[in-house]
Design a protein. Structure first.
Length: 91
């Protein structure tokens, strides 16, 4: 089981999982993005053009489910994502 982690572009290991917002949840992305499909549930997701090139791209919901399954604290993951998002938003 791969644990979702928050990573910066350029630091992505080959087995990294990219957690993306669902298009259903975020009508328009804040950064230039392309549409893709979640590798977990096939939901439509936004993938930022600046994203690292990783094998798996999944939606935020699947990332939280995978964190739970891996025994990580999904609350922590969600908080990290929100914090990363808040930082992006501050600029
Ligand atoms: Zn999904």
């Amino acid at each position: 089981m791969v644990t979702p982690k928050i990573i910066k572009a350029g630091e992505a290991p080959a087995d990294a999982v990219l957690a993306c917002y669902r298009i259903a949840d975020v009508a328009s992305p804040r950064v230039p993005s392309v549409q893709a499909r979640c590798d977990g549930c096939d939901a439509r997701i936004w993938v930022a053009l600046s994203s690292p090139n990783v094998r798996r791209k999944i939606c935020l919901q699947c990332a939280i489910e995978e964190a739970k399954a891996a025994g990580d604290d999904p609350t922590l993951l969600a908080t990290e994502i929100q914090m990363a998002d808040a930082k992006k938003h501050a600029h």
